[in-house]
Structures are given as C-alpha cells and as structure tokens.
Design a protein around this ligand. Structure first.
Ligand SMILES: [Cu+2]
Length: 219
C-alpha cells in the first residue's frame, strides 16, 4: 500500500467512528429567596371547625421549578412516557408542580381512604374528572401549552400545577436545587425557569457538542 494512502484511511476510520447524533449537556442550580408571606389577621375562634384544610399546603423548595429549553432546531423525540402520574395522597397532589410535553396524558390515582376529585378552574384546559374512591384513577390529556391549576372540590387545600410545554427538553431540579439536562442537540436556545410563586426567568444559551454548559438561576 502506498504510504500516502495511510492518512486517508486513518481519516476515513475516524469519520466512521464519530457518532451521528451530537449531544450537549446543560446543568446548573436553582436558588429561591424566601417569599414574604402577608401576615394573616389573628383569629379568635380556634375550635374544631377551623379546618387547616382550607389553607393550601405549598411545599417550599427548588424542586417545584420547571427548567425548559426552546429553540429553532428540530428536536428529538423526548422518549418521555406519554402517561405520567400526579398522585393524590394525604390531601395533597404529588408532585406539586408537574411539567409535561403537550399531548401527554396525566393519571390522578387516589391513594387516600376517602374520596377525591380533580378539576381545573383555569381557562383553556377546563375539566372536571368527578369524585372517586381509593384505588381508582382518572386520566386527562393536555394538548395546549400553558399552565393548568389543578384542584379538588372536596378539599380546598389541595392544589397543584401542570406546566404543559411544547418542547421535550425540560426537567425539574432536585430538592437541593441541582438539575441536569443531557442529550441535547447543540445549538442556541432560550432557557427558561418557571416557579408558580416566583415567576419566570430566562436567558439565551449556546450549547456545544460534547460539552457541559452551566446555567444557574436565582429567584
Ligand atoms: Cu380531595
């Protein structure tokens, strides 16, 4: 074999071994400042009928933030499940904040020993799934991007948020506030962080093949 062919063969070998799907990684942290909650007026009656159920239990923490990317690039199929769960347990919807891709069906299993209901008072995705007992579930498919507030008509303290996204590139941080999104096609995106009590933050971000980019959020 002529010597000048060796570099060409080596080049071809390298070109063949490069994976045909490029991917970048995004990671970072979410920090929440304490929100000032307005002081409630003192109540004189503290008897049994003053149910604590009437105040919504809102779990604090960065895990209730939705991190998502929007871009012009053709996006990969998310591979995320087309049905996800929002459980009803101890008079709470779990998780409190659920991001889904548009077209996803959400199941609402009742894991308490009493009846629950699921309905939404928001425009756009108005629905009422009726009342049902322990062990039963209902489903609702969400096709229109936006935020749906979910409630139970039996327990006014039950509330949750479903954030319907038109992108498969999303995640939620851990309780400690760290997040990672991997297998992202390289390119320039708008990166968003949304929290029901703290609003939306966004920044433009460029992701490079095989590299990890860091983006932190502080609300
Ligand atoms: Cu309920």
């Amino acid at each position: 074999m002529p010597n000048q062919l060796i570099p060409i063969l080596l080049f071809l070998l390298c070109a063949l071994s490069v994976p045909d799907t490029e991917s970048a990684t995004l990671m970072g942290t979410v920090q929440l400042q304490q929100t000032e909650k307005p002081a409630r007026p003192k109540r004189y009656y503290m008897g049994p009928y003053r149910s604590s159920h009437h105040s919504v239990k809102t779990p604090e923490g960065p895990q209730n933030t939705v991190i998502y990317l929007k871009g012009e690039l053709p996006l990969p199929n998310s591979g995320k499940k087309s049905t996800v769960e929002m459980r009803q347990k101890d008079e709470m919807f779990i998780p409190y904040v659920l991001p889904i891709q548009a077209g996803t069906s959400v199941s609402f299993p009742n894991e308490d020993n009493y009846y629950h209901n699921v309905f939404s008072v928001m425009s756009g995705e108005r629905f009422d799934l009726g009342r049902y007992a322990k062990g039963k579930t209902t489903h609702q498919t969400f096709d229109k991007p936006g935020v749906v507030v979910v409630r139970c008509e039996i327990h006014p303290g039950m509330k949750a948020y479903i954030h319907i996204l038109d992108t498969p590139l999303f995640t939620v941080p851990s309780k400690e506030g760290t997040y990672t999104l991997s297998n992202i096609p390289p390119g320039t995106y708008q990166l968003f962080a949304w929290h029901p009590d703290h609003g939306t933050r966004s920044q433009s971000i460029t992701l490079i093949d095989t590299q990890t980019t860091t983006a932190n959020f502080s609300f």
